[in-house]
Write a protein that binds this ligand. Structure first.
Ligand code: ARG
Length: 460
């Protein structure tokens, strides 16, 4: 048991208590950030005359040595230490002697852990943004490729109106663009440095908090020392953004699973992204899409868990807040894995254009257009709706599409129909006519693709 405290205790900590309290098994994940924060703190202490330049250099060399040895695998982070902060400080003292004991001047583990968690999540936001950018780039090229891949658009999972695959991918493009901008917003709001807030009430040392903040790439110091050590809003915001990303990935996965099924055959997942069955030789399963859908639950769980943990905590720091870490780390790792795998899966899947178009044709997705044809010839929409409904019934009876019903039968139901009805309800025409911005028509989609091209170019 290596602890940073003990002076006022007369008994050893019970082993079970020690184990229950310790966080080293998970907070070792931010050893880099802990060391980075300590180096900035040391630099600031020397700039303020609290440490000599010599002491500063010794401490920084020691900290860099620890970083080097941990990364090289020659220094193991073990459960002998209570947390990562104790590990780093104890090792520093081992290495450089008494001067190492000066590192913690003007600092508490409360502002230290608040800083570490911020640095860690901030680094991860940058990584997740990069992964989202790759996914957006894949979707963009798929959109460009599929502006004339016709398919049914669905409502209630019933075929509704014809669209293109580019349009369908475009919907997800918008969702992930919003996800990206949510991450940017969080970054902007969280990017203030809590270090220098001490345990809760600042310190009596003349610290230069602006300097520490700028050394660590923050916009400035946080403005209330109590809030600084008690704030986990940025974790909650991040978990909420991650939960939303997972919700999007899960909906998309659900669609891929349906499209990849034997009944639909709209797409075929690549062998490298599919798995087999131990008993049924014919099987090729969409496990990756299913796992992405399934893992959504644990990310939602992380959000609910932290919101619940935080809701009853009085100011300022309380140990409950140590519970912020495991779920947040797990959610971050889960989302990163899911975005990367999902991206690879859609990049490598094959699209069956023929099946998609046939399905749109067979599903009466052009029925609205047949009604619009009548409206354009002076029939009130409500009557047109009824007429086409009757035509659909006839076609269902005959097992044919509206495109294959002879004109004579059209005319029996309404004399308004002429030969040009076939042109008016052709798949191409149905899609092409929808050219307001945001609609699936080629002109409209090309405009959106251009906007997205610019968007991706300027993405920061
Ligand atoms: N492991 C602790 C956490 O994650 C570090 C802060 C400890 N502070 C304290 N006063 N016990 O929150």
């Amino acid at each position: 048991m290596a602890q940073l405290w003990g002076g006022r205790f007369t008994k050893e900590t019970d082993q079970l208590v020690y184990n229950f309290n310790a966080s080293i098994s998970f907070d070792q994940k931010f050893y880099k950030q802990d060391i980075r924060g300590s180096i900035a703190h040391t630099t600031m202490l020397a700039a303020c005359g609290i440490l000599t330049d010599e002491e500063r250099d010794q401490i920084i060399d020691g900290l860099n040595g620890i970083l080097h040895d941990v990364e090289a695998g020659t220094l193991a982070i073990t459960s002998e230490y209570e947390d990562i902060h104790s590990f780093v400080e104890a090792n520093l003292i081992d290495r450089i002697g008494d001067v190492g004991k000066k590192l913690h001047t003007g600092r508490s583990r409360n502002d230290q852990v608040a800083l570490d968690m911020k640095l860690y999540t901030r680094d991860e936001i940058i990584d997740i943004k990069e992964l989202l950018k790759e996914l957006l780039t894949t979707l963009h090229s798929l959109m460009k490729k599929h502006t004339d891949t016709y398919m049914p658009g669905f409502t209630h999972l019933q075929k509704a109106q014809p669209i293109t695959l580019a349009h369908h991918f475009g919907a997800y493009m918008e969702m992930f663009k919003r996800d990206y901008s949510r991450l940017c917003d969080i970054y902007e709001r969280m990017n203030y440095c809590p270090l220098g807030s001490g345990a809760l009430a600042g310190t009596t040392y003349p610290l230069d908090r602006e300097l520490t903040a700028s050394l660590l790439g923050f916009y400035g110091p946080t403005l209330n020392s109590m809030d600084s050590v008690a704030d986990r809003d940025y974790c909650i915001e991040l978990l909420s953004a991650l939960a939303t990303i997972m919700m999007h990935l899960s909906r998309f996965s659900e669609e891929i699973i349906i499209w990849n099924s034997n009944e639909y055959k709209f797409v075929e997942l690549d062998d490298s992204y599919s798995t087999g069955s131990s008993i049924m030789p014919q099987k090729k399963n969409p496990d990756i899409a299913e796992l992405v859908r399934g893992k959504t639950g644990r990310v939602y769980g992380a959000l609910t868990s932290l919101l619940t943990t935080m809701k009853g905590i009085p100011l300022a720091y309380n140990k409950d807040m140590q519970e912020d870490k495991e779920f947040t780390f797990d959610a971050i790792d889960t989302v990163k894995g899911c975005i990367a795998l999902f991206n690879g899966m859609i990049k490598t899947m094959t699209v069956n254009k023929h099946n998609m178009a046939e399905s749109a044709k067979k599903g009466f997705t052009n029925a609205t257009d047949a009604a619009d044809y009548l409206v354009n010839h002076g029939v009130p929409f409500r009557d047109a709706h009824g007429i086409v409904g009757r035509l659909v019934l006839i076609c269902i009876d005959k097992g044919i599409a509206l495109d294959d019903l002879p004109l004579s039968e059209y005319k029996e139901v309404s004399p308004v129909f002429e030969e040009d009805i076939y042109q008016a309800i052709s798949m191409k025409e149905c899609v092409e006519k929808r050219n307001t911005i945001g609609a699936p028509g080629t002109e409209a989609i090309k405009k959106v693709i251009e906007i997205n091209e610019e968007y991706l170019k300027n993405l920061k």
